[in-house]
Design a protein around this ligand. Sequence first.
Ligand SMILES: C[S@@+](CC[C@H](N)C(=O)[O-])C[C@H]1O[C@@H](n2cnc3c(N)ncnc32)[C@H](O)[C@@H]1O
Length: 396
Amino acid sequence: MRNKEELLKELYPLLENELYQEIKCDEIPFCVLPNGIDHIINSRDKRKIKNTECVICKFNKTCNGFFPEAKHLIEHVKDLPAEIILEVTDKCNQDCYYCFNKYEYKTTTRNVRKELSKKELFAIIDKIRDFGLKYIRFSGGEPLLRKDIFELMNHAKGLKIWLNTNGTLVNETNSNQIQKYVENVLIPLNGYDEESDFKITKVQDSFKKKLKAFDLLKKLKIRRAGIVLTKENVNNLAKFWQIQKQQDITFLEFYRPITLKPDVETLKKAIDDIYRLNIKNKTNFKIANALPFCLHRPEITSKISLGSIYDDGHNRLVVSSDGSVKPSYYFTKKIGNALSDSFYKIWNDEFMISLRNNEFLPEICIKCKYKIPCLGGSRALAHLKGNIKERDVLLI
Ligand SMILES: C[S@@+](CC[C@H](N)C(=O)[O-])C[C@H]1O[C@@H](n2cnc3c(N)ncnc32)[C@H](O)[C@@H]1O
């Protein structure tokens, strides 16, 4: 067998073509293809074994081991989150009716919560670096509302910085600073033109400001646009592909609206249309948050959805604006505090381990062909509804 690097160099780009052709890798151990585990056929063949590398591997509970011939390829994958997201403020200059932050702030009151101080955030950033992570993301609320945002970024030296900003506050001056520190920016297109964007954000000229932000941040390697799949956006999906081309946006990513009042028919239409538009435009844009594949044409949904791999505590931790830590943006359950607890303790909290080991999957998902990466749709919404082991709220 060839060496691992050679194998990966060929495999990962190949997997990007899955829109046209289903690609499955027969019996590759999870540690050999850690970013493509959804493509692995993971049988329970009796000849498979595990070794001491497996015992400390992030995938020990999910991977069924390896054939003895592959022993030289086995190397444990560290059980760490891929990134930690810091919500540096709860304040926002937009007022989107659907914002998932409202699930959290309805228990307090948005905009009056005390934010963490610069010194406290410096301490948390140090902890993230010490925990051995490579990525930090600044989000909120609107992170550019903080006057010390670039001091925070400067303090995150050595970490790769991602930024979620609504884009309306990006200007000629701060765009240089952003380009100095940030590797990857995510700006939402709440609508597809001035009127539809304003209806959501209530900010005058918000659409124009966002397009200008994309323009001012041209030097960034990756500029992503995020689109929530509301009925109005879904009825106008092709327009987002036009904007992407005009502005030379690296890629679009879509979000199933996080809400306890889902619009199932709109999401089904979104799945069909995103697939069709990807084929038509030769793109590979995806729905980036949890979505149960059995909602609609799983063979298509699996090609345009990242599933829950980046959601529900599988790969990230989110530090809320008061320092409490949650498994994902919209999990209302708190797992300790970033100031008083170590990230090691939080990541290895019993609840987090159960999430990562899929112990909260509904029974029906356990033997499903799409278990990985679907992971039972949104566990956060099932939890919010009252039973974390219940099926995704879109299915009941
Ligand atoms: C909450 S905002 C915070 C960061 C920053 N202010 C921004 O606008 O990007 C982060 C992202 O969440 C998305 N979002 C907000 N509410 C959502 C919901 N209910 N479901 C899915 N995505 C949502 C927004 O479109 C935005 O791209």
